[in-house]
Design a protein around this ligand. Structure first.
Ligand code: NAP
Ligand code: SF4
Length: 678
């Protein structure tokens, strides 16, 4: 059945020997469930997505051998006994009428262990281990291991495999000169360098037969200096098609690229045009990828002829029912991935199990479930930030009666400030989702209502959840009452006028946000693809190798901003592992001065007086029109004591619990988990 809202997205895709029910490919994503024996959890995780009607699921990467693992003890598939364990996963997906392919990922020089191998002995800029250069026989062995891994995947019941040929991993490393300096038959000119992927696909096809899906993930734009030229990329795609691939998937950028490719600030569908360039060059189905998080965006991309399928990975972590909701015309019920990376990729890089900021159940399907409460009770939730809303929604979903009180005239708490930041527009989606769910789940919301403990005591609540959030910390700086001084709330929420020269006190998440806000004066490059591409120096790969401009046009800063902190280390050290560098790079691009190791001596007509180091040396006035305070926050929890004194059971969550770690990930996780157990 084709859906009238998204006719292209829900058109089946005929692959000859099999057919996919729609055009959604769940892109490969490492979650941590691949490592160790977590097949029961994996089975539950993927079965939920298959039940949600994903057209074709691709697993996280499995190494074809030990040296190809991304880290020590990474999930691999090289033995029959390992294959047997995967059957739990494949049969769970098939039981839900889904299809699943296994990704074969050889990390090459990106491997985070000392046994890494690569075409040449050249260390990557993002790993500490120098790889061993493979001998000619060693290369042959790797190819054999790919083929064997594919055969085992078939034995394990997978419908296909994806050969990971992009993102700068092993196969990709053979393609470009600076990582492949070999002089044997696997190096040399491009036809020699591309032999490895072609041989892998050809020999795999021979081994697995004609009725098995082979997806090849091909780096369509490397985004590294001296990456592949467009001519080379097309040559490779054609050869991969001839070698027997069923589908070509798009890879964007090597991991070492200094261009953001999936973060929130990347415009939606920012790289679909690259896949579109390839459309006329090959005749097998093409998949496009990166920053596609809504069914409407996916449909537009397909309608524009960019690809035959769209790949979404994180959006399906955020909402396993994404596809089904779109199919049933319930797109406004989709829990939208905000591309924050905070609970998925950042966890992977910290060696922690992935989850999802907006959906703490992701990858925890076997342990976190919102089951109907045995006794229905009456709860008050005070505060409607992410912690309060999440707890209210889970309580209501479980059948409890929930009143949510909010002092402001809208729900969302600090999310309402986050959504004002250029590059963080996805927070609008999160708020829309919350509002819709509040409506659907029947949470009784009381806006413009600042409740006191007395208000709550006589209303018959069984328990009260205090999610009242935070208040800005008083930094206690001499002269902080000067009219030049503003708080981040004055700037972001109340839109106070701000001068051209600004000092920001505090370089945490909010200091960075305020800097971004002031730099763009309400304008967001994320909302304009051409501007965004130019800002990051991305060009058509037919114009320059790797799609990187030879020269970058630096934007003219709207304001002179100085971002200050007292500690000596790098600014924004606590920002996300995979996104912190983007925020720092964006501010540097706009010539923001970042100064650390300072003391705030005084604020006066002259501006902000700082000194340096413990000895308070070199006192210097920074001549600014405004000083914006972003010095962190303290919990707001004045309700707790009187409620407890009145004998009412209370729970503290979110910023009201711990302000220093205040972030939406912890708030939503804490709110949801608490409510799941009440
Ligand atoms: P924060 O990250 O804890 O940063 C507070 C800043 O204030 C630090 O730079 C700190 O640096 C400074 N500071 C602390 N005490 C001070 C004092 N007494 N006087 C002057 N400066 C002081 O807090 P935040 O920026 O308010 O952010 C709150 C949380 O929101 C973050 O932890 C983050 O999780 C979340 N958030 C995240 C993002 C994001 O992009 N991921 C964006 C917004 C908010 P020094 O002590 O070195 O001076
Ligand atoms: Fe998307 Fe953030 Fe969830 Fe990752 S953690 S899936 S980026 S919303």
């Amino acid at each position: 059945m084709a859906n009238s809202l998204y006719p292209r997205l829900f058109a089946p895709l005929d692959l000859g020997f099999t057919s996919l029910k729609n055009r959604v490919l769940m892109g490969s994503m490492h979650t941590g469930l691949e490592d160790g024996n977590k097949h029961d959890r994996l089975a539950a995780y993927f079965a939920e997505r298959a039940r949600g009607e994903v057209g074709l699921i691709v697993t996280g990467g499995y190494a074809p051998n030990r040296v190809g693992g991304v880290k020590p003890f990474a999930g691999k598939l090289s033995t029959r006994s390992e294959a047997k364990k995967h059957q739990q996963v494949t049969s769970a997906v098939h039981a839900e009428n889904g299809k699943i392919a296994m990704q074969i990922l050889h990390a090459g020089r990106y491997a985070y262990h000392p046994f890494a191998v690569a075409p040449s002995k050249i260390r990557s800029p993002i790993t500490p281990f120098t790889p061993r250069a493979l001998s000619t026989r060693g290369v042959e062995k790797q190819i054999g291991d790919f083929v064997r891994c594919a055969q085992l995947a078939r034995e394990a019941g997978y419908d296909g495999i994806e050969i990971m040929g992009s993102e700068g991993y092993f196969i990709n490393e053979f393609l470009v000169k600076h990582t492949n300096q070999r002089t044997d038959q696997w190096g040399g000119d491009y036809t020699q360098r591309m032999r490895l992927p072609v041989e892998i696909v050809e020999r795999t096809r021979e081994a697995v037969g004609s009725d098995f899906i082979i997806i090849y993930r091909l780096s369509m734009i490397d985004l590294i200096p001296d990456g592949s030229s467009w001519e080379e990329t097309v040559m490779l795609a054609k050869a991969i098609e001839s070698a027997g691939a069923t589908i070509i998937n798009t890879g964007i950028g090597w991991h070492e690229a200094r261009v953001p490719t999936i973060a929130t600030s990347v415009p939606r569908g920012a790289f679909a045009w690259v896949t579109k360039k390839m459309k006329s060059e090959v005749s097998i189905p093409l998949v496009t990828s990166n920053r596609i998080n809504l069914p409407g965006t996916a449909e537009e991309i397909l309608a524009d002829g960019c690809a035959d399928m769209v790949s979404m990975a994180r959006p399906l972590l955020a909402d396993p029912e994404f596809v089904r909701k779109a199919h049933e015309g319930r797109a406004d019920e989709i829990n939208v991935c905000i591309a924050c990376n905070q609970a998925c990729l950042d966890h992977t890089f910290a060696n922690k199990m992935s989850s999802c900021l907006v959906n703490p159940r992701a990858c925890h399907e076997t342990e976190l479930n919102y089951i109907e409460a045995p006794t229905k009770r009456k709860f008050a939730v005070v505060g409607s930030g992410p912690a309060g809303i999440s707890s209210a929604l889970v309580l209501a979903e479980r059948g409890h009666n929930v009143d949510m009180y909010e002092a402001a005239s809208q729900v969302g708490g600090q999310l309402n400030m986050a959504r004002m930041i250029p590059g963080k527009e996805e927070f609008h989606e999160m708020l829309d989702y919350f509002r819709r769910q509040i409506e659907l789940k029947g949470v009784h919301v009381h806006l413009d209502t600042r409740v006191t403990a007395e208000d709550l005591t006589d209303k018959g609540y069984d328990e009260v959840i205090i999610a009242t959030g935070v208040t800005p910390r008083d930094p206690n700086i001499d002269g902080q009452d000067h009219p030049k001084v503003l708080s981040y709330i004055d700037v972001l929420r109340d839109h106070a006028p701000v001068g051209k020269r600004v000092a920001i006190i505090g370089a945490g998440g909010i200091g960075f946000d305020v800097a971004e806000f002031l730099l763009h004066d309400g304008h967001s490059p994320t909302m304009n693809l051409d501007e965004w591409l130019a800002e990051w120096g991305v060009v058509d790969p037919a114009e320059a190798r790797g799609g990187l401009a030879r020269e970058r046009t630096q934007p003219r800063p709207v304001r002179e901003i100085t971002l200050l902190q007292r500690k000596a280390g790098k600014h924004g050290a606590n920002l996300g592992k995979t996104t912190g560098w983007i925020h720092r790079a964006a501010l540097k691009m706009h010539q923001v001065q970042m100064i650390g190791d300072v003391n705030y001596e005084r604020i006066g007509d002259e501006g902000l007086l700082i000194s340096y180091g413990e000895k308070r040396e070199n006192p210097t006035w920074i001549d600014v029109d405004n000083v914006v305070m972003c010095a962190g926050q303290v919990p707001l929890r004045e309700l707790q004591e009187p409620l407890q004194a009145a004998g009412i059971k209370t729970h503290l969550i979110g910023g009201a619990d711990i302000a220093s770690e205040l972030d939406a990930k912890r708030a939503i996780d804490q709110g949801s988990r608490l409510a799941a157990g009440l």
